[in-house]
Ligand binder design. Sequence first.
Ligand code: TXA
Ligand code: MG
Length: 345
Amino acid sequence: MEYLPVSSESISRAAEILRSGGLAAFPTETVYGLGADAYNAAAIVKIFEAKKRPFFDPLIIHISAIDALEDVANLSLLGKETRLKLFMLAENLWPGPLSIVLPKNENIPGIVTSGLPTAAVRFPDHEAAVKLIALSAPEGKHGAVAAPSANPFGALSPTRAEHVRDGLGENVDIILDGGSTRVGVESTVLDISNSGVKILRHGGAPKEAIESLIGFVQDASVINSKKAEGFSSPGQLKSHYAPRTPLFVFTSEEIVRLPYEKDAAYLFFDDFSRDAWQKRQGVQAPETAVKVLSPSGNVYEAAACLFETLHEIDKNGKSRIFAQFAPQDGIGAAINDRLTRASNL
Ligand code: TXA
Ligand code: MG
């Protein structure tokens, strides 16, 4: 496995690996992706094997320009109104942390989408990722890189190159190290292929931002849907994004009442809640046991360090994690979704 900092040379090398059917892990603004050429079915099989991911869970196709949409999606199957919504979203939120589920183009092998007639497509907001996708292009096409998060299936997503190396190691041909990712949680997955627009997974693009562009959006993410069964996105698994340490999640009122336990780690949303807890319990707990996602209570800052902090806690050998919900606004919905799923072991 090659492990290189992001540079024009390392990006060219990774593109060469993709063109010859290998796997390249690369940074995006959300989390690191494990990429393969989306047109190469044999390369896609390697992604599922490297992650031990079930074949029924489809991948996101990454493109490097809005013009490349038609190569991977069949837009002629969309009604006029849906097309307008698609372009409102693409022009305003791409490049960015939004994956849009669209009718798939027949050029894309079925294994990418787990046999579904639809494909989730995203144009990431990260220079190295965009260059890599463009350079990986087969003759006469725009590049298209199928990439799930670069972690073993069900585990915490990687926000640093080291997380990829620790989780997947020699199963990857090359890892491009671009430092910590900016957004820190995965993209929002939005289904616009059927009648009505639905959020299938909360993520980096807040529901409020989507609604301000195209109006009402239904929340079909598993955490908010009353029914656990009958999910429409195979990746809406309840137990997912989990640290190895068992995690329990609490409201702000609940967490300040929890007694201090020596072998537990406490993950607070802000300094205010941590201070309230310390005062109430009369303890000054050690730094390894008490973490704060955002001292001032900013949901974006909290999302950016959520997975990184959970990775860190996992290394500290505590026997459980007590975590506080974030406010549900904006990207806070994605934080709460990940905490809830992590707690569903
Ligand atoms: O931010 C991200 O989205 C990262 C980076 C690497 O781009 N990727 C990522 O991929 O999180 P992954 O595979 O870990 O999650 C993809 C999610 C899964 O929940 C999957 O079920 C859903 O997208 N998905 C993919 N294709 C779909 C489709 N055709 N219909 C419904 N859901 C789909
Ligand atoms: Mg994932």
